[in-house]
Design a binder for this molecule. Structure first.
Ligand SMILES: C[S@@+](CC[C@H](N)C(=O)[O-])C[C@H]1O[C@@H](n2cnc3c(N)ncnc32)[C@H](O)[C@@H]1O
Length: 352
């Protein structure tokens, strides 16, 4: 469901066209589902407008936006978006608008690719840009696209920055990095370890971290003193958190390995979608709880998209069996990222 309140400081006090164009911009750059755009509001504005300026503003803020020109959504997405704009324009009985047809012509001349970009605008005005696959499942993994629970967890993190500020965070099943990159950009963690078990996911994740201007430490840094010093200097210059990407399989990870990572906070999004994963994830969480330093166990937060209530309840039952307590964390209040608002998503905090 589209929220009609302004969601961004710069939106408040704007004329309806400006605010609508802003909503189109946020949604388009992030690849929001086309059916979830505020088409009816656009139709209303076009009906009452003397010229095509509202559409031209939307074009400038979407298809011609510098971020889209540099990091475009998929060809199919841009084609469908422009076709919809053309339909809305022509339904008003207006003359065809050259700029719309030229933009569509350019897209029709572009080749479809297996990868595309999504740009998620943060409240600071900065963006998280991700390269992801067009197909939901590719290379045998679900990890090469961003999932709704990952967006939801990022939204929650941005409202709860104190949980992450100056802490060492470990993310399990990071996928291509949306949640962690947003946290690194907006929540000031001291250190952030992204992790996953799939080789292609780890490669795309590392590329995305660099694409966002974050300094990624080589996991084993410095074969020589000079390299080590250069690495430290680069990290100091970056002024960001100490970021690493770790290959970490919940089935294989040892307690010693988890001890090395010294996490204060552990997070994961959309990592429980079949019963086998439930067992291995809970095994990893048990190890994490057993390796608390100074008697303090890490805080663990898991975001779920509840597609099948049996899987969700099964996860809770397994937690109960091994004596891990859990509580539901309050929802984020503001809608920052475009995920399906009808989806049933929740965050559990796990406690020893
Ligand atoms: C549905 S994706 C979610 C990705 C990301 N967290 C998000 O919300 O967009 C699940 C992720 O868990 C990872 N995963 C699955 N089984 C795993 C395991 N045994 N060990 C580590 N990661 C695993 C996958 O590689 C994939 O990246």
């Amino acid at each position: 469901m589209e929220e009609r309140q302004p969601r961004h400081a710069s939106e408040a006090g704007q004329a309806p066209e400006g605010s609508l164009a802003h909503r189109f911009q946020r949604g388009f750059l992030a690849g929001k589902r086309l059916s979830d755009f505020p088409w009816e509001d656009l139709e209303e504005i076009l009906k009452n407008s003397k010229d095509s300026s509202p559409l031209l503003t939307i074009l400038q803020k979407t298809v011609f936006h510098p971020m889209c020109l540099k990091y475009p959504p998929s060809v199919k997405y841009r084609r469908c978006f422009l076709s919809e704009l053309i339909k809305k324009h022509e339904s008003t009985g207006a003359e065809p608008l050259d700029q719309l047809y030229e933009a569509l012509g350019d897209v029709l001349n572009s080749e479809e690719t297996t990868h595309c970009y999504k740009n998620y605008l943060l409240p600071s005005g900065d963006a998280v840009t991700l390269c992801e696959t067009v197909a939901i499942i590719s290379q045998g993994t679900t990890g090469l696209v961003t999932w709704d629970a990952g967006l939801y967890l990022a939204e929650w993190a941005l409202e709860n920055t104190a949980v992450f500020c100056n802490r060492s965070v470990l993310e399990l099943g990071s996928g291509i990095g949306l949640t962690g990159i947003a946290i690194c950009k907006a929540c000031h963690p001291r250190a952030y370890t992204f992790s996953d078990h799939h080789e292609c996911v780890l490669q795309q994740l590392s590329a995305n971290i660099r694409l966002n201007g974050l300094f990624l430490q080589p996991e084993v840094c410095g074969h020589s003193t000079a390299e080590h010093a250069a690495c430290k200097a680069e990290l100091a210059r970056s002024q960001g958190p100490n970021i690493i990407v770790a290959e970490l399989d919940w089935n294989l990870v040892t307690r010693e390995r988890l001890m090395e990572l010294q996490a204060d906070i552990v997070i994961a999004a959309d990592v429980v979608y079949d019963p086998e994963l439930t067992q291995s994830l809970i095994g990893a969480v048990q190890k994490l709880f057993s390796c608390s330093s100074d008697g303090k166990a890490p805080e663990v937060y898991i975001a779920f998209a509840i597609r099948n209530p049996d899987t969700y309840c099964g996860f809770q039952a397994e937690l109960d069996k091994v004596g891990i307590r859990w509580e539901v964390v309050p929802n984020p209040r503001k809608h920052l990222f475009p995920y399906d608002r009808r989806a049933n998503i929740t965050i559990l905090r796990l406690l020893v």
